[in-house]
Design a protein around this ligand. Structure first.
Ligand code: B16
Ligand code: MG
Length: 213
């Protein structure tokens, strides 16, 4: 029985992928690293450190250089986040959150981002969430199930009573490994392992999920 909905952030609540792309592009240019939209697509749902490791590829940097690079990227990203408003909430999401609140189904965030709380604040969505699990909550990031298990624990709901909403392959894998049902947003090639798949957030069908679960 569905007792909690656990939402990923980037690609589900709002599309911060473009802002991550711009911030990583600036760093890559300054560091003379190859960075393309195709590489950016591989960073979906992956932690900041794992993202930098992918961008660095065979380029070797010391741990202290890596720490400084992550900070520089994040400073640019934080600047870009100043531009987001309530209008950047993806279609259908506000209505879905309100409906879940009305039905007293717990609403939890489970994001790899260390900026998740600030982003929800900018979007005006904090009051609609019962708990937040983010990049600070767990050590191992997606595809490890940890952030989802932590999220469910925060609202006292068993994993098999949770529905995860995810747009990333790593996130779908994490949700399934956690023992949860998963709604995948995006193409079959990316989120095909989910229990339900929709092309975009506007197509999430709460009635269908609750009837089948
Ligand atoms: P930060 P999600 C993820 O968000 C992004 O998809 C991913 O591209 C990013 O690297 C990661 O957050 C970490 O973000 O640098 O803000 O800590 O999809 O898990 O909500
Ligand atoms: Mg995502």
């Amino acid at each position: 029985m569905c007792k909690a909905f656990i939402f990923d952030l980037d690609g589900v609540i709002t599309d911060t992928a473009e802002l991550h792309f711009q911030a990583w592009s600036k760093l890559a240019l300054e560091e003379n690293l190859v960075f393309t939209r195709e590489i950016n697509e591989q960073l979906r749902g992956i932690s900041r450190r794992d993202s930098l490791d992918i961008i660095l590829a065979e380029n070797v940097r010391s741990e202290s250089q890596i720490a400084k690079m992550m900070e520089r990227k994040n400073d640019v990203y934080l600047d870009l986040l100043n531009s987001i408003t309530k209008d950047d909430i993806l279609p259908g999401i506000l209505e879905l959150l309100l409906e879940l609140n009305a039905r007293q189904i717990k609403v939890v965030l489970a994001s790899a981002s260390r900026n998740a709380r600030g982003i929800l604040l900018r979007l005006g969505l904090i009051p609609l969430f019962d708990a937040i699990a983010d990049g600070w909550s767990v050590e191992r990031s997606k595809p490890a199930p940890d952030v989802f298990i932590h999220a469910a624990g925060q609202v006292g709901v068993n994993a098999n009573d949770c529905v995860v909403v995810e747009d990333a392959q790593a996130g779908v894998e994490a949700g399934k490994t956690a023992g949860m049902k998963v709604i995948g947003i995006g193409p079959e090639s990316r989120v095909g392992a989910a229990d339900w798949r929709v092309d975009d957030t506007a197509a999430i069908n709460l009635k269908q999920v609750l009837e089948q679960f």
